[in-house]
Design a protein around this ligand. Structure first.
Ligand code: GDP
Length: 310
């Protein structure tokens, strides 16, 4: 068991949805939370990142810094998604090792798995088949991050672990329709349609793909659980173990928002991978389960959106 109490804990990516949830969750761990703003260090720059780590000397690191985006952004900016993420993780993992960081947790995403992996996807499906092309660039970078943690563990005995969260949603999400993931996009579309009295909203693709969703506060809780209780090579799935179709999700969002119009399909937009449900068994056997029900979580995020949309 690794105790965070009294430790200097760096949350890299503290302004993002996951990083800010980890910062909130760490408030009850009795540790000192360190954050680096963009002005302090550009994490894509090795010299700046190494200098920041040497100066601030964290004991533990949550590596939640990444360039992230939905299906369209990933498909449009492949170089950014691959280069930025490779640089960020290589700089932080190598810098943490050099500075003698006791424990590091690297965060990725469920898109690391092959497009047609058997469902629910167990951790050992990694690298058993071709990736989904729309997010392969991001996925390759995240697979490299897992392997970096494993390599520093094998060669140097570093206690670096990896967690792969499923599709996350929550406060602080990106609601820009061109770069967001599906949940915030649907919340915004349903809200704007309701306010405008529009007859329908347009959902991308066929609505038949299945996706799993986890509230980011549950994800943060799982990350702290793993940081304290887990030390092994490879990665651990962080999910709810349940999925819904995009159409079912759309209906739930419309219910939460109070939009009663029709749901149309924009078939010029891609479906992406047909199903992406991760097995939650490994994390469950480690004594962790999510607490936030999907409908409750959507309602809470809609309230957050109303309070913060300006
Ligand atoms: P993915 O899980 O990597 O495919 O990323 P997304 O969250 O962006 O998309 C999930 C699924 O939701 C895909 O099948 C999309 O086509 C679908 N979808 C439906 N409407 C939207 C939308 O307005 N925005 C996004 N990003 N996806 C949508």
């Amino acid at each position: 068991m690794y105790s965070l109490s009294g430790k200097r804990v760096w949350v890299a990516g503290h302004r993002g949805m996951v990083g800010s949830a980890i910062v909130r969750r760490l408030a009850s761990e009795g540790c000192e939370v360190l954050t680096a703003s963009r002005g302090d260090a550009d994490l894509r720059n090795q010299a700046e990142t190494t200098a920041w780590i040497e100066k601030n000397r964290p004991d533990a690191v949550f590596l939640a810094a990444a360039k992230v985006g939905g299906i369209l952004a990933n498909d449009t900016y492949p170089a950014d998604f691959l280069y930025d993420n490779l640089m960020i993780e290589a700089n932080i993992i190598h810098g943490a090792h050099k500075a003698g960081v006791e424990k590091l947790m690297f965060l990725g995403s469920s898109c690391i798995y092959p497009k047609f992996a058997p469902q629910p996807i167990t951790e050992d499906a990694l690298l058993t088949g071709p990736l989904e092309p729309t997010n392969a660039w991001y996925a390759i970078a995240k697979i490299a991050g897992i392997k970096l943690c494993d390599a520093y563990r094998k060669q140097h005995g570093a206690d670096f672990i990896s967690g792969m969260p499923t599709n996350l949603y929550g406060p602080g999400d990106n609601f820009d329709l061109n770069s967001s993931h599906v949940m915030p996009a649907l919340i915004r579309k349903a809200h704007e349609a309701k306010c405008a009295g529009a007859p329908s909203i347009a959902v991308w693709g066929t609505g038949t793909p299945r996706r799993e969703f986890l509230h980011v506060d549950d994800c943060a809780d799982a990350c702290i659980h793993l940081m304290k209780n887990h030390s092994a090579p490879g990665h651990v799935n962080i999910g709810s173990g349940e999925d819904v179709t995009i159409l079912e999700l759309t209906q739930m969002v419309c219910d939460a928002v109070g939009f009663t119009g029709a749901i149309e399909h924009d078939l010029t937009k891609p479906d992406g991978t047909p199903r992406k449900l991760m097995s939650a068994d490994r994390l469950r056997t480690m004594g962790w389960a999510p607490r936030i029900d999907l409908r409750d979580g959507i309602a809470a995020v809609y309230r957050w959106f109303l309070d913060n949309k300006a």
